[in-house]
Design a protein around this ligand. Structure first.
Ligand SMILES: NC(=O)C1=CN([C@@H]2O[C@H](COP(=O)(O)OP(=O)(O)OC[C@H]3O[C@@H](n4cnc5c(N)ncnc54)[C@H](O)[C@@H]3O)[C@@H](O)[C@H]2O)C=CC1
Ligand SMILES: CC(=O)C(=O)O
Ligand SMILES: [Mg+2]
Length: 472
C-alpha cells in the first residue's frame, strides 16, 4: 500500500434539485475525504452538475468516498478522475524552441543552409559544441528500470514517469534541460555502449534507478570512458543529502561524527554510497545490514561490493540482524524497503536516536510509529518534515558541474555539495523538524552549484576559463 503522495480525486456529481450540499459534504468527510475545491459545471431545472476535488490520505479512502456518494439519495456519480494521473496525461515535459521560425530568412538560419556553417565550425573544433548546441546545458537521465524508487525492477516503460519527474525538477530548480532515456536492456556492456553512443549531445549523464551491483560497474566504466560528468544519482545524490542532514543532526544532539555508531540498512546503490561518503567525512563506526543480516568479513558473498563493504566496515565484527546491529547505535540510515525497522529496534539505540528512513515511496518505518521513540526523524518523502531526498542535490550538482564545464564529478565536489546543503539551515532555524532545507528554498541550488563549481576549479576538473560562475 502506498499512502500519501497527494491522493486526490475530482468527482463529477449530478445532484438532483433539492439535494443539500452540506449533507453530501458530510458524507465525504465521514468517509475520510477532505473537500478542497468545488466547481459548478452546469445548473439545470432538475439537477446541478458539480466537480468536487477531494483530498485523501490513503488510496483506499477513495473507494469509501465513492461508495458514500453512490449511496447518497439524489446523487449520481458521473465521472471520477485521479489528479495524479491527470498530471501525467501525455507526459510531463516537452521540447520548446528558443526562437520562433517566422519566415524563410529565420528558416535558413536555424536550419539549412545556415546551420551547415555552424556544423562545420564544430567539426573543426568539437569543443564549440558547448557554445553552439544544447550540449552545455543538457543532461541525459538514463535508467534501465531495474531499481525504480523502492518499487524494484518494473522495466523501462514503467520507469519513465520517474525520469520525466527528474527532468522537470532539473529544469525548475536549476534550469538544466534534462531528457529521460529508458533503455530496453539490462546488460552492463550494452548500457555502457549505448550511453557512450548518445553522449555527444549531452553535457552530463545522470544515471538513475539502476540496480546494484551492476550500477557500480556501469558508472565506473562510463566515468573512465567519457569526458563529461557521470553521476549515479541514487548513489551520490542520496549520499550527499544524507550527509547534509547528518551534519546538522549531530549539531542538535551534541555528538561528533567521529564518535558516531551508524547502521546502514540496504547495501545497494544508495547504501554503499552513503557508507563511502560517511567514511570520507570521518565516521569510523559503520555497520551494514542487508537481507542476509549484518555484513561480516568472514562471510562469503557473491556480490564483490559486499565483500569490499564487509572488509571496510563493522569494526566490532558484529553478527546477527538489524536488531543486533542497532544495539547502542546513534544513527539508522535506511535505504532498503518498507517495514524493515520496528519500534523495538529503535529502543535498542543510544540516546537521542537519529533515524533516516529514506526508502521511497514507503519508508522503513511509518513516521507516526517512529516519532515517539526518536530524537530526529527524516524520510525521503515530500509530505513529512525533513525530506532527505536526492532532489536537494542533483539540480545544483549538475548546474555547478555544467557551469564549470567539469569533466567529472569528484569526491570533493560531493562533500562541498553536502556542506552547502547543510549550510542552508541557519543556526537560529535548526531544530528536530528542520535539519535539511526545503526543496523549495531558493538558496539551495545557488549554494550547491557555487560550492560544486568552486570544488571543480580547486581540483582541476573545470574546463571553462573564466570562473564567472563563482561571482555573485
Ligand atoms: N530518499 C532518497 O533520496 C533516496 C531513496 N532511495 C530509496 O532507497 C531504497 C534503495 O534504493 P537503491 O539503493 O537504489 O536500490 P538497490 O536495489 O540498489 O538496493 C536496495 C538494497 O536494499 C536491500 N533490501 C531490500 N529489502 C531489504 C530488507 N527487507 N532488509 C534488508 N535489506 C533489504 C536489497 O537487498 C538491496 O541490497 C529504495 O527504496 C529507494 O527508493 C534511493 C535513492 C534516493
Ligand atoms: C529519490 C530517488 O531517486 C529514489 O527513490 O530512487
Ligand atoms: Mg532514484
Amino acid at each position: 500500500m502506498i499512502t500519501g503522495g497527494g491522493f486526490s480525486i475530482i468527482v463529477r456529481l449530478e445532484m438532483a434539485a433539492g439535494t443539500g450540499f452540506s449533507q453530501v459534504a458530510a458524507a465525504i468527510a465521514d468517509a475520510g475525504g477532505d473537500i478542497v475545491a468545488l466547481d459548478t459545471v452546469h445548473v439545470g431545472r432538475h439537477a446541478v452538475l458539480r466537480d468536487i476535488t477531494v483530498n485523501l490520505r490513503r488510496e483506499e479512502d477513495g473507494e469509501q468516498v465513492l461508495a458514500a456518494l453512490r449511496n447518497h439519495p439524489g446523487v449520481r456519480v458521473v465521472h471520477v478522475s485521479d489528479r495524479t494521473f491527470l498530471v501525467h496525461l501525455g507526459g510531463k515535459i516537452e521540447v520548446q524552441a528558443k526562437t520562433p521560425v517566422k519566415n524563410r530568412d529565420d528558416l535558413s538560419r536555424v536550419y539549412t543552409p545556415g546551420v551547415a556553417r555552424v556544423c562545420l565550425a564544430i567539426r573543426d573544433d568539437p569543443a564549440k559544441a558547448f557554445q553552439l548546441t544544447i550540449k552545455r546545458n543538457t543532461v541525459a537521465v538514463v535508467t534501465d528500470g531495474t531499481a525504480v524508487l523502492g518499487l524494484g525492477d518494473i522495466g523501462p516503460e514503467a520507469a519513465l514517469p520517474v525520469m520525466e519527474g527528474k527532468a522537470m525538477l532539473f529544469k525548475q530548480f536549476a534550469d538544466v534541460d534534462a531528457f529521460p532515456i529508458c533503455l530496453a536492456t539490462r546488460d552492463p556492456d550494452e548500457i555502457v555502449r549505448t550511453v557512450k553512443a548518445i553522449a555527444p549531445a549531452f553535457g552530463g549523464i545522470n544515471l538513475e534507478d539502476i540496480s546494484a551491483p551492476r550500477c557500480f560497474e556501469i558508472e565506473t566504466r562510463l566515468k573512465a570512458e567519457l569526458d563529461i560528468p557521470v553521476f549515479h544519482d541514487d548513489q551520490h545524490g542520496t549520499a550527499v543529502v544524507m550527509l547534509a542532514g547528518l551534519l546538522n543532526a549531530v549539531r542538535l544532539v551534541g555528538k561528533r561524527l567521529t564518535d558516531l555508531k551508524v547502521v546502514v540498512c540496504g547495501i545497494g546503490a544508495a547504501g554503499v554510497a552513503c557508507t563511502k561518503i560517511l567514511l570520507a567525512a570521518g565516521v569510523q563506526h559503520i555497520t551494514g545490514v542487508d537481507r542476509p543480516g549484518i555484513l561480516h568479513p568472514e562471510a562469503a558473498y557473491d556480490n564483490p561490493v559486499w565483500r569490499w563493504y564487509a572488509a571496510h566496515t563493522n569494526p566490532e565484527r558484529r553478527q546477527g540482524g538489524l536488531a543486533e546491529a542497532l544495539d547502542g547505535a546513534d544513527v539508522f540510515i535506511g535505504v532498503s524497503g518498507p517495514g524493515v525497522l520496528r519500534v523495538e529496534h529503535i529502543q535498542r539505540m543510544a540516546r537521542d536516536p537519529i533515524v533516516f528512513a529514506m526508502a521511497n515511496p514507503t519508508p522503513e518505518i511509518p513516521p507516526e510509529e517512529a516519532e515517539p521513540y526518536v530524537r530526529i526523524l527524516a524520510t525521503g518523502r515530500s509530505d513529512y518534515p525533513n525530506q532527505i531526498n536526492n532532489v536537494l542535490c542533483f539540480p545544483g550538482m549538475f548546474r555547478g558541474a555544467l557551469d564549470a564545464r567539469a569533466r567529472e564529478i569528484n569526491e570533493e565536489m560531493k562533500l562541498a555539495a553536502a556542506r552547502a546543503i547543510a549550510s542552508c539551515v541557519g543556526e537560529d532555524e535548526l531544530n528536530e523538524q528542520y535539519i535539511v532545507p526545503s526543496v523549495f528554498n531558493q538558496r539551495v541550488v545557488k549554494a550547491v552549484s557555487r560550492a560544486v563549481a568552486e570544488a571543480a576549479y580547486q581540483t582541476g576538473v573545470a574546463r571553462r576559463d573564466a570562473p564567472h560562475v563563482l561571482r555573485d
